[in-house]
Design a protein around this ligand. Structure first.
Ligand SMILES: Nc1ncnc2c1ncn2[C@@H]1O[C@H](COP(=O)(O)OP(=O)(O)OP(=O)(O)O)[C@@H](O)[C@H]1O
Ligand SMILES: [Mg+2]
Length: 479
């Protein structure tokens, strides 16, 4: 059952069956047409010949028949019949046999449509009838007219063996040609289906291997056209899956590392507290504050990770509302003002009033917060952070720039990667994990916007966010 299903559902078999089907049907049609053409040509030829003979005989026999000179008629007609390899019967107008060159049917009555036809009007009529031993006989009737009167009917019957033989011969020849053509079609379809299915099989094997976990396999297919396209698309997909898998494991290892650092610090602090019960109170307090700081850091990383994975899986789409982006920017600056003051930085703003946007307010607040937080973190004392907001066409353009340490050109492409920090030691000292910008970029992209960076080391950085004033809903919106 399985074999049957498997065998006949394969492309190879389908191609084979289609090829043979097409060849078979076209041959059957051609054979039928050819046979009928050959037989009708031969039949017409015979009709013409037999009719001519019958008519000629009827004309010459009519006067003798009218005078009932049967004996001399019998003699001449027997000679004519044997010459034609046939049999001649003479009938009275009411169908009674007067003369039979085989001397068998005299005085019997014969009713044949051909006889009726010639008596009615036709000068002659023709028909084919089965004779003995599977043979067929062609019967031709001709009217005998003497002095304007129909005196009787002449029937000329001749065997049609050679007619049948010609037809059977044609059919046999056609069958031979069919067998040859079918054989060629079979071989051609086998070769064709093999060249078609081989790359498909190779691809299936590759996919199976990949399904078993080997993400490095690629389809090596020497095909052209659609199959080549299929293989190339598959390889591109495999490449992406491999990259995705690599970045995922890197993400997991980075995340674990980042989570482990504060835990290690906390464990150290805790061990000190346990080992030194007589520790001075001020030192104990300091240790506790450090531990509290590490816990904050840990919780911050976990929040960032959750935000990222939620956005990845698109569990949280966008919670779209229409709101005043200018007000949000002012609010953010207001919140960060004390931080900037503490860092001895000057914040300047050029915010166009009343820029209304349809978007996710919380996420855009986070975008603004992250960018200004970075600007403050990576700008030394006495520097300046500048935030601007304007409308260009159908977009809101938000820039956050600083005159801080800047980012080297070769690092600029990576700062949006997860866990990427330009100066690891410095960032860690400032409490950074390298997740902020990747979160920012993902949020901006969710809104259908884009983020660009221009920066020069030692001169400062400018992050420019372009957001459509009306964000499209990307798929399902979260409740
Ligand atoms: N305004 C800036 N000036 C100079 N370097 C910057 C600036 N913004 C970001 N960077 C560099 O890009 C890196 C990635 O920034 P990102 O905000 O993603 O991480 P982070 O600030 O280190 O940590 P956090 O996850 O807390 O934001 C930073 O570590 C820093 O090296
Ligand atoms: Mg940051």
């Amino acid at each position: 059952m399985w074999i049957k299903q498997h065998l006949f559902s394969s492309i190879r078999w389908k191609i084979l069956a289609t090829f043979l089907g097409i060849v078979g049907v076209s041959f059957a049609i051609a054979a039928a047409l050819l046979t009928s053409l050959v037989s009708s040509t031969l039949y017409q030829q015979r009709t013409r010949q037999a009719s001519l003979s019958a008519e000629r005989l009827a004309t010459s026999a009519a006067p003798f028949f009218a005078q009932a000179q049967t004996e001399s008629l019998m003699e001449s007609l027997s000679a004519a019949a044997s010459e034609l390899d046939g049999r001649i019967l003479l009938l009275t107008p009411d169908g009674k046999v007067q003369l039979d060159t085989f001397c068998q049917l005299e005085t019997t009555r014969i009713t044949l449509p051909e006889v009726d036809a010639v008596l009615a009007d036709a000068s002659h009529a023709y028909g084919i009838y089965p004779a003995d031993a599977g043979e067929y006989a062609a019967v031709c009737a001709a009217r005998m007219v003497h002095e304007g009167q129909t005196v009787g009917v002449l029937l000329l019957s001749t065997p049609v063996t050679e007619l049948r033989e010609a037809i059977v011969g044609t059919q046999q020849q056609l069958l031979t040609v069919f067998a040859v053509v079918a054989g060629v079609a079979l071989v051609a379809s086998l070769i064709f289906s093999l060249t078609l299915t081989r790359p498909v099989k190779a691809l299936t094997t590759t996919i199976r291997r990949m399904g078993k976990g080997d993400l490095t396999v690629r389809a090596n297919i020497r095909a052209s056209g659609e199959l080549r396209e299929l293989a190339e698309s598959y390889n591109a997909m495999a490449e992406q899956i491999e990259n995705f898998d690599r970045s995922r494991s890197q993400f997991v290892s980075n995340a674990s590392h980042e989570l482990k650092t504060p835990l290690t610090a906390m464990k150290l602090l805790l061990e000190c507290l346990i080992d030194q019960p007589e520790m001075p109170d001020e030192l104990r307090m300091e240790f506790m504050q450090d531990m509290n700081h590490e816990i904050d850091r840990l919780s911050g990383i976990i929040t960032d990770l959750l935000t990222l994975t939620q956005m990845d899986s698109r569990q949280s789409g966008l919670h779209l509302t229409e709101f005043d982006l200018s007000a949000l920017a002012e609010e953010t600056l207001h919140t960060l003002a004390p931080v900037a003051e503490k860092a001895k930085l000057r914040i300047t703003a050029a915010i166009a009033p009343g820029v209304r946007i349809t978007g996710d307010r919380t996420k855009l607040a986070s975008v603004l917060g992250n960018l200004t937080d970075n600007a403050i973190k990576y700008t030394p004392e006495g520097g300046e952070v500048r935030v601007s907001l304007a409308v260009k066409g159908r977009s809101a353009v938000l820039t956050v720039s600083d005159n801080g340490i800047g980012i080297p050109p070769e690092e600029q492409a990576h700062v949006f990667d997860r866990f990427y920090r330009v100066d690891k030691a410095r960032s860690r000292a400032t409490g950074g994990t390298g997740l902020g910008l990747s979160i920012v970029r993902q949020m901006v992209q969710l809104h259908g916007g884009a983020i660009t960076l221009t920066s020069a080391p030692g001169e400062g950085s400018t992050f420019t966010v372009t957001l459509p004033l009306k964000a499209e809903r990307p798929g399902k919106e979260a409740e």
